[in-house]
Ligand binder design. Structure first.
Ligand SMILES: *[C@@H]1O[C@H](CO)[C@@H](O)[C@H](O)[C@H]1NC(C)=O
Ligand SMILES: *[C@@H]1O[C@H](CO)[C@@H](O)[C@H](O)[C@H]1NC(C)=O
Ligand SMILES: *[C@@H]1O[C@H](CO)[C@@H](O)[C@H](O)[C@H]1NC(C)=O
Ligand SMILES: *[C@@H]1O[C@H](CO)[C@@H](O)[C@H](O)[C@H]1NC(C)=O
Length: 369
């Protein structure tokens, strides 16, 4: 997915600095650590805070090309299966504007399945940093959610973004159940590394296929808390945008949204309801045609994900896009990701071939978010 190209470079540099090597910074971190441990030992705190050492190793001083900020960042791995060597990568950007200790913790999950929370949610949507168009550094996102909350971006499941498994068959046997279980295991271990977030107001948020991940993880947490004599994951709520949760209701909801927002005509709305069976994994040609008519002949230049903002197909936004065209290899990725999505979500349709144009895609939902 093309969205992760620049971030991967930026973050892997920072991660190497912060976690794995690079004399100067590690030296500095180590001396800070020694001082801290000395101070901690004096105060009798070391035993009470076993996560301190790893936390210090996870501290990200600054990302390359990053503006000065007043909040702390951490990133690193949490092992979720010792036996398989499976570890999930996280990036915590704490709340800006002071008072971070009383602000909630929000776990963010992108969907896909297969989309990176670091590359997409953090770097293009809700996180504090944006990447400059020419790739020379970062600038601040004035709408970042870290104005209100401590943001914990998790790459999930293993195989996505920087998260990995040393057992390659894990990548083939992944699924919602293990994804939820690994995320729960991640949270439990992560909260021993960051005990200041135990008992903190906690929310799970995400988009698209996280319409599966978010409620399923919430359920795991509720079950875990029930079974625990002293629960510490203080789950307060969940949020999902553009959720993929249930084919039938999602599709009916989408089409009804188009109609109630005057994006499609009464007759097209009725035709879709008549021709499409949204309970079925198969999309008939007649349904495909009706959907494609709605999208290609009735929407106009409207971005269905944000219908009241200018679409990137319309000026002046198009002028900007043309000013910074994606390189050819990136442009090629768009149809590819649609094929991939079809492979992942609609295996029954594989046989219909890859020649299908993306504008015929039934809902044209960018579910790889
Ligand atoms: C995966 O294997 C590498 C190389 O042996 C090792 O350094 C790493 O700790 C392993 N990861 C996990 C989660 O066990
Ligand atoms: C990159 O863009 C920034 C503005 O976003 C500009 O200040 C800088 O000069 C540009 N650098 C190069 C090498 O083009
Ligand atoms: C819609 O599809 C489902 C699942 O394939 C099937 O059980 C149902 O009979 C279909 N409904 C209609 C009206 O064809
Ligand atoms: C989808 O349709 C094809 C051809 O009409 C059929 O062979 C297949 O069994 C159907 N799959 C499902 C899940 O209904």
């Amino acid at each position: 997915h093309y969205h992760d190209i620049p971030t991967r470079a930026v973050l892997s540099m920072a991660t190497r600095r912060g976690v794995a090597g690079g004399g100067g910074v590690v030296g500095a971190v180590a001396s800070v650590l020694v001082l801290w441990l000395a101070a901690g030992a004096a105060a009798g705190l070391v035993a009470a805070d076993p996560g301190a050492e790893q936390r210090a190793r996870d501290r990200v001083e600054a990302l390359p090309g990053q503006p000065a900020v007043a909040f702390a960042q951490y990133s690193g791995y949490v092992t979720v299966s010792e036996r398989h060597g499976r570890a999930l990568f996280y990036w915590l950007t704490e709340a800006a504007g002071g008072d971070q200790a009383s602000k909630p913790l929000v776990l963010w999950l992108n969907g896909g399945p297969g989309c990176s929370s670091v590359a997409y949610g953090a770097s293009e949507e809700i996180g504090p940093f944006r990447i400059k168009p020419n790739g020379t550094g970062l600038y601040l996102n004035k709408y970042s959610w870290n104005r209100e909350a401590n943001l914990l971006f998790l790459e999930s499941p293993a195989g996505v973004g920087f998260s990995y498994s040393n057992t390659s068959s894990d990548l083939k046997t992944s699924g919602d159940e293990r994804t939820a279980q690994d995320s729960l295991q991640f949270l439990i271990s992560w909260m021993s590394r960051f005990p200041q977030y135990r008992h903190r107001d906690f929310y799970i948020a995400g988009e698209s296929y996280a319409g599966h991940y978010v409620p399923q993880l919430a359920r795991k947490i509720v079950e875990y808390n029930k079974a625990s004599p002293s629960p510490f994951i203080n789950l307060k709520g969940i949020l999902v945008g553009n959720a993929v949760t249930d084919n039938y209701y999602d599709n009916i909801g989408t089409v009804t949204y188009w109609w109630t927002h005057a994006m499609i005509s009464d007759s097209t709305y009725r035709a879709i309801l008549k021709l499409c069976n949204f309970t079925s994994a198969n999309v008939s040609n007649a349904c495909n045609r009706a959907m494609s008519y709605a999208m290609n002949h009735e929407f106009g230049d409207i971005d269905q994900y944000s219908i009241y903002t200018p679409s990137c197909h319309a000026p002046p936004c198009r002028a900007q896009v043309q000013g910074h065209p994606h390189p050819p290899e990136v442009q090629q990725l768009r149809p590819l990701h649609r094929d991939l999505r079809r492979e992942v979500l609609q295996p029954a349709r594989r046989a219909e071939g890859h020649a299908r144009q993306h504008h015929q895609d039934p809902l044209q939902m960018d579910s790889l978010q």
